[in-house]
Design a protein around this ligand. Structure first.
Ligand code: NCD
Length: 337
């Protein structure tokens, strides 16, 4: 494990290995990832009930702190918290005091003074949720909803749930991640999850300009030619071009990118016939994916969105449970010197 992995590991887990924050998949083992998937599975049924609520976070306050734009992630975190019966506060950063120059630490101190129990954080700076977890009052759980290029662990886990639902197991699977890997926190978390859960091959398919320098060390093979890269695939995951994170010209043109790396019906036909098509969204039709594929029979893109609620319910309830266990342990240490 890297030093960074080690420090995330200590911060994220209680002494007996329960989740208390959810910042990255680094340092989390196969058993814990499987526990998250199994817990999420048990919440899927809640979403199918007429009354979609369980009381696990009743009386708790969850604050959604999104410093970057989001549609799916923010709304599914909100729904997940509500289905767990928590009170939810969505802080709109564009109208909050952050826009008047308040620092992240000061915003947090004020939110903590309102007796919040959990912060769900999205930030353009890699490491921001980790920084908050290091400084927050004990007992408050921090959930990473995407930080810079670093990690998007709930997205990767909802993707793993979707793959497990369609393929049954990770053993023997060949999975490709296509497009802007360089700027993608989603890709980094997916590669980590797929390796830990035992996928046979994780392949990234992209032009050299959209790959990080050390990409193989993340645990994947590299293919520059998409027609070759599509062979034998069980799962193909498309990524959005993260133009907001690009500095300088990394691409000749969107048209050229689509011709070489866009997922068309012709390219999909090169994969296994039961290959599923995934995308974390938002999708750009005609830039990284053809409409006929995005809306086609092999697409599971909307299943991913639905699964986001169950995964976020799982992670939130597990982290709150870990915080509670931590508090009980510390209290019993005080009582019995
Ligand atoms: C992703 C993100 O924000 O990292 N989207 C998401 O959370 N569903 C991917 C993206 O923005 O392209």
């Amino acid at each position: 494990m890297t030093d960074q992995g080690q420090s995330f590991h200590n911060l994220q887990l209680t002494d007996d290995g329960q989740l208390r924050h959810f910042l990255t998949l680094d340092g989390l083992d196969r058993q814990l990832l499987t526990d998250i998937l199994d817990t999420a599975d048990s919440f899927i049924e809640v979403g199918e009930r007429t009354i979609k609520k369980v009381p696990l976070l009743r009386g708790r306050t969850v604050v959604n702190l999104f410093f970057e734009s989001s549609t799916r992630t923010r709304s599914t975190f909100e729904l997940a918290a509500k289905r767990l019966s928590a009170d939810v506060l969505n802080l709109d950063i564009s109208t909050s005091a952050t826009s008047k120059g308040e620092s992240l630490s000061d915003t947090l101190l004020n939110l903590e003074a309102m007796a919040s129990d959990m912060f769900v954080v999205r930030h353009s700076q890699s490491g921001a949720p980790h920084f908050i977890a290091e400084h927050v009052t004990p007992g408050v759980a921090i959930i990473n909803a995407g930080d810079g290029r670093h990690a998007h662990p709930t997205q990767a886990m909802l993707d793993m749930l979707t793959i497990r639902q369609h393929k049954g197991t990770f053993e023997g699977l060949k999975v490709a991640i296509v497009g802007d890997v360089l700027h993608s926190r989603v890709a980094r978390s997916q590669i980590r999850a797929l390796n830990e859960l035992g996928a046979e091959e994780v392949r990234v398919i992209a032009p050299g300009t959209l790959l990080p320098r050390d990409v193989e060390s993340l645990g994947c093979t590299v293919e520059f030619d998409m027609n070759r890269g599509m062979r034998d695939l069980d799962v193909v995951i498309m990524l959005r071009l993260q133009k907001e994170r690009m500095e300088g010209a990394l691409l000749p043109s969107e048209r050229e990118f689509y011709r070489l790396y866009g997922l068309s019906q012709e390219k999909l036909a090169l994969a296994k016939p039961d290959c599923i098509v995934m995308h974390p969204g938002p999708i750009n039709r005609g830039v990284e994916i053809e409409s006929a594929v995005a809306d086609g029979p092999q697409s599971v893109i909307l299943n991913q969105v639905t699964n986001g609620i169950a995964i976020r319910m799982a992670v939130m309830s597990m982290a709150m449970g870990g915080q509670l266990a931590d508090r009980n342990r510390k209290q019993s240490e005080v009582v019995q010197p």
